[in-house]
Unconditional design. Structure first.
Length: 330
């Protein structure tokens, strides 16, 4: 089974946001060496925790430092932008890394509505045009003259377009257009995944590039040398999830700080289900859960997202999973 990575450039308490961006670049090189198939980057805006606001820029930097791993957006929040401009950006990226570019798109704002308005002052109702925007992208990224316009630079390869989502909407759209589909399992702790993937497979209309349905799940997972160590590092994300539910957003806290503070009984109502459904533990434990998930959904690839306050712990998690899944290291 293939494993891929989704990185969100998470800012860390005690560090700086620009350091998070540089860490993303280093992690991409590291994961390529471990044998991961793709390295995807998210797009979020006006958030103090997830600071990767321009995946296309990060992709260019990663392309210059890697040679094999596929590089992608997960995703470009398309309603903020012109489809032609996005197509041009990704045609440039394809020129930099031929045959290695994924263009994942979503219709969510990637932030609050005030920020969405600032990103696209004339964008009211633009999400309604999402299907048409994707069809425009399909033409322009594939070297086709479309609406009397060409997207340059042209080349031998075309970015592979993915639809991202956490509901049936994206699943239906991807199926109708014959595109691969990635469900954000970690957004919902898996809720709605079965229905979305089943809908996608049932409605799928094969395309020339993708004759068969190609779904995947993006999951959050953290492995360590021991289960106790993994659960300690996971405290940082657990605290973030609890705080986010109260509208408090900030850089990721150290697990030592979180452990010292602990969780109230009310907060444990949020934390306990996360721990029950989560992919946290030793390498063998996490790998077993990931394999079971892939088998249940009949998947040949999973995309793994990992948060840890200590960058070394995050790298160790990806390293352990690469070993468990016998990825081909370079």
């Amino acid at each position: 089974m293939k494993l891929s990575v989704l990185d969100q450039s998470v800012s860390l308490a005690g560090s700086t946001e620009d350091a998070a961006i540089r860490d993303t670049l280093d992690l991409a090189v590291f994961c390529e060496g471990l044998g991961y198939h793709r390295f995807w980057l998210s797009e979020h805006h006006s958030l103090p925790t997830i600071v990767g606001s321009a995946p296309e820029v990060l992709m260019a930097a990663i392309a210059a430092r890697t040679s094999r791993i596929r590089i992608g957006s997960a995703g470009v929040m398309l309603p903020h932008y012109s489809s032609l401009k996005v197509a041009e950006q990704f045609r440039v990226l394809e020129a930099l890394a031929p045959g290695r570019i994924d263009l994942g798109v979503g219709r969510a704002p990637g932030g609050d509505m005030r920020t969405a308005q600032a990103l696209n002052p004339h964008g009211f109702g633009s999400a309604d045009h999402f299907p048409g925007q994707i069809q425009d992208l399909l033409a322009w990224t594939a070297n086709q003259r479309h609406k009397g316009i060409d997207a340059h630079p042209r080349g031998a390869f075309a970015p592979e377009l993915w639809v991202l989502g956490s509901s049936d909407y994206g699943a239906q759209l991807a199926a109708q257009l014959g595109l691969p589909y990635a469900f954000a399992y970690f957004f919902t702790d898996g809720q709605g995944a079965e229905q979305a993937i089943e809908t996608y497979r049932q409605l799928y209309r094969g395309s020339e590039r993708r004759p068969l349905a190609s779904p995947t799940l993006c999951v959050w997972a953290l492995a360590a040398d021991t289960e106790a160590e993994a659960r300690h590092h996971a405290l940082s994300r657990e605290r973030w999830r609890v705080d986010r539910g109260r509208g408090v957003l900030r850089p990721l806290l150290s697990p030592d700080v979180v452990a010292e503070r602990g969780f109230t009984d009310d907060e444990m109502l949020t934390v306990a289900p996360m721990r029950e459904r989560g992919f946290v533990g030793s390498a063998a434990q996490v790998a077993q859960k990931l394999r079971a998930l892939a088998e249940r959904f009949e998947l040949g690839e999973l995309v793994v997202n990992c948060w840890a306050h200590d960058p070394a712990a995050r790298r160790r998690s990806y390293e352990l999973l690469a070993t468990e899944f016998a990825l081909a290291r370079t």
